[in-house]
Design a protein around this ligand. Structure first.
Ligand SMILES: CSCCC(=O)/C(O)=C/O
Ligand SMILES: [Fe+2]
Ligand code: NI
Length: 180
């Protein structure tokens, strides 16, 4: 189940907020400009659905958001525990970084933990099937797919060049728990 934990940026030992309630998660994130939504598929997706089938299943929501946010492309990314590159893929996003465009991700299946560092706090957002998260451009964050990664996400871009991760140089991520 989707989950939010909020920490003071200087204290990883105690969560100030801990909730699995969708409305509460949305409210807390909205207060700091982070978009969180729940999307429904038009029809159930079969296991092993193609990228095209995934995009078609969520076409209404994808098109609505693309129009609203001026997003121009969408793709589908999957990761499974048997991926030989899983450790390198995990390591790629474990340090705090920013992008020059919003990071818009919809979880079709599986899980992933986004940690967003803003307003003096760290928002741990455990995303699961049906969750849409949009991290505003320039907002420091990191992402942990865990040691046995399993997810399918739709990624939405304004310009794929804007998605290149720019390290902040802040080692804060190392002081917070990993997704194990
Ligand atoms: C869940 S999509 C892969 C992670 C990613 O794109 C990113 O930038 C994480 O911060
Ligand atoms: Fe990112
Ligand atoms: Ni918990």
């Amino acid at each position: 189940m989707s989950e939010l934990r909020v920490f003071d940026e200087g204290d990883a030992s105690r969560a100030l907020v801990h909730t699995r309630d969708f409305d509460a998660i949305q409210r807390e994130l909205d207060a700091v400009g982070i978009r969180f939504e729940r999307w429904e598929a038009r029809r159930p997706l079969a296991p092993g659905a193609s990228q095209e089938e995934v995009l078609t299943a969520y076409q209404d929501s994808v098109e609505r958001l693309m129009k609203e946010r001026g997003l121009r492309s969408a793709d589908v990314l999957s990761m499974l525990p048997d991926n030989p590159q899983k450790e390198a893929a995990r390591a790629k996003f474990l340090h705090e970084h920013t992008h020059s465009e919003d990071e818009v991700r919809f979880f079709v299946e599986g899980q992933g933990l986004f940690s967003i560092h803003t307003a003096g706090r760290v928002f741990f957002v455990l995303c699961e099937k049906g969750d849409l998260l949009s991290v505003p451009d320039g907002t420091p964050h990191w992402f942990d797919m865990g040691p046995q990664p399993r997810f399918t996400v739709i990624r939405l871009f304004t310009d794929t060049a804007g998605w290149v991760a720019k390290a902040t140089g802040n080692d804060i991520a190392g002081r917070f728990p990993r997704f194990e």
